[in-house]
Design a protein around this ligand. Sequence first.
Ligand SMILES: [Zn+2]
Length: 166
Amino acid sequence: MATNNDQIEKLIEGELSWQELRNDVLPDPKDQQRFETTRAVLQSSVDWDNPILVPLNDHLYVVGTDEGRKVKADCGAVLCDAGENWKMHTDVRVREDSDELEELYTTWMSPDEDWTFQLREFFCPNCYEQLDVEAVPAGYPILQKFDPDIDTFYEDWQDELAPDKR
Ligand SMILES: [Zn+2]
């Protein structure tokens, strides 16, 4: 059974029941159209026309543009080229002192200062939507969680060209 748009919208909004998720959205074998349905639902949720190639997280996408592939946010802000680390193009708040951490964690649940723990919050430089959070040791490099090979994904897994090459 093909996944319908309504189910994908509910999945994205976190409103899908377990029964629907297990039986309809994640059937075995997998619905071959599910990615394209998801892409269409995401495309209809944004106010701009650049084709979404892949979502990177809840607020960021790799899109096709006349200037090549870019990382673009929900609000329309273009952060960088798709090959760059988008986290380096955000506004970052680092929490590392106990009073900063205790705004989020209760006293005995926050990390010991000896751990040199950092909570890094990455914000859209245009609208200040929180784009990601990472909990890491101080000095840990700023890494992207997901660096997709878009053409291989489309050509080898979806059996078609990426939307910006069609
Ligand atoms: Zn934004």
